[in-house]
Design a protein around this ligand. Structure first.
Ligand SMILES: *Cc1c(COP(=O)(O)O)cnc(C)c1O
Length: 383
């Protein structure tokens, strides 16, 4: 049975849950570390919770069904998912990654993976010719689209054709769009990454990460890694993710509606110099985003006239918190230069257009008029 997306958010691919026969509608939290075996050589399917736990398995099944993958793995954080995934590579392997990525991913690549002998080319995958960077030892391309925080749109289908022709893996961090708006596996990606902390969880109350794939071989390798490195998602956090995903479609729609209203306001605000949002007609990633995604999401970035104004806004909003993270019910405003991207070298930041006048906003699901009024009072109270 192939259910529609909203049904999958609640039931995954089917209602095979709750084997405990109580009829519980909410999936139980199996708060157990270990499991009794019926006899030697037999298993209930669960042996030890580092390997697998029923609640985690349910979260994984739902996420796999949403991305159209054959398997998903739930990790304790998005970075744990990316860290485990990077163990697919060995010293001497080369990866091409987008230059504008979540700062933590860039930090992992440059400060952990590089030390272990992995080589990187960080390029602008939305404009540069990827073929020019492919070497004999290139094993994977890692992208986000839209990118964080500059909202560059990368053409997933185009990159996947290049990758497939050379037998290179395409890894897409789909955190910003969530599977509600964009399904990279259908566009040719081999592995999808999520910070489940963001839209999947959706309530700014837990951390989680996922890898999703439609290759049995990759899934086997990743399952070996999660049980070995031990960064699987806890039962309670798995339950929070299961619960969060139930409302993913309605949250995504409302957050996008709010983002569009905020973009409209910001475009009319003289002290705002530029708004980066792929939903703006004529903006650079608009056409590609329209084709590969079913929406433009609720993340937006804007540049104000001065650093002083940016700092003033961050301390003057009364409703919108100045906080990292995104994709939750609360609208959050952050300052990438000192917060999410502080570890990205300054020359890289400048090249990417990430100045000290840039603010990033994740629209939540509040009343849009309250959000606009809050930003307006923060901007207009600047001397
Ligand atoms: C937050 C984020 C991550 C890291 O996820 P954590 O859950 O914070 O570890 C990775 N990629 C993107 C795009 C993110 O926004």
């Amino acid at each position: 049975m192939d259910y529609g997306f909203a049904t999958k958010c609640i039931y995954g691919n089917g209602k095979d849950y709750d084997k405990d026969k109580t009829g519980a509608i909410s999936f139980p939290i199996y708060q157990t570390a270990t499991y009794a075996h019926p006899e030697v050589g037999k298993s209930t399917g669960f042996d030890y919770s580092r390997l697998q736990n029923p609640t985690r398995q349910q979260a994984e099944k739902i996420v796999a069904s949403l991305e159209g993958g054959i398997d998903a793995l739930a990790f304790s954080t998005g970075m744990a998912a990316i860290t485990a995934m990077m163990e697919l590579f060995r010293p001497g392997d080369h990866l091409i990654t987008d230059a504008d990525l979540y700062g933590g991913s860039r930090r992992l690549f440059d400060h952990v993976n590089k030390k272990n002998g992995i080589l990187f080319s960080h390029i602008d995958c939305s404009t540069e010719k990827l073929e020019d960077y492919i070497q004999e030892n290139t094993k994977a391309i890692f992208i986000e689209t839209p990118t964080n925080p500059m909202m560059n749109v990368v053409d997933i289908r185009k990159v996947s054709k290049i990758a497939k022709a050379q037998d290179i893996l395409l890894i897409v961090d789909n955190t910003f769009m969530s599977p509600y708006f964009q399904k990279p596996l259908e566009l040719g990606a081999d592995i999808v990454i999520h910070s489940g902390t963001k839209f999947l969880g959706g309530h700014n109350d837990t951390l989680a990460g996922f890898t999703v794939t439609n290759s049995r071989q990759i899934s086997d390798k990743l399952r070996f890694l999660i049980k070995t490195v031990g960064s699987g998602l806890s039962p309670f956090d798995s339950w929070l993710i299961i619960r969060g995903i139930k409302t993913l479609p309605i949250r995504m729609e409302k957050a996008q509606e709010n983002a569009k209203a905020l973009v409209e306001y910001l475009l009319s605000e003289p002290r705002v110099k530029k708004v980066y949002y792929p939903g703006i007609p004529g903006s650079k990633g608009h056409e590609v985003c329209k084709v590969q995604a079913s929406g433009f999401g609720s993340m937006l970035t804007f540049e104000v006239e001065s650093r002083e104004l940016a700092l003033h806004i961050l301390k003057s909003t009364k409703l919108i918190p100045f906080a990292e993270s995104l994709g939750g019910t609360e609208t959050l405003l952050t300052y990438p230069v000192t917060q999410t991207h502080a570890d990205v070298p300054e020359e890289v930041r400048i090249k990417n257009g990430l100045t000290d006048r840039i603010l990033r906003l994740s629209a939540g699901i509040e009343d849009k008029n309250d959000l606009i009024a809050d930003l307006r009072q923060a901007i207009s109270s600047f001397a």
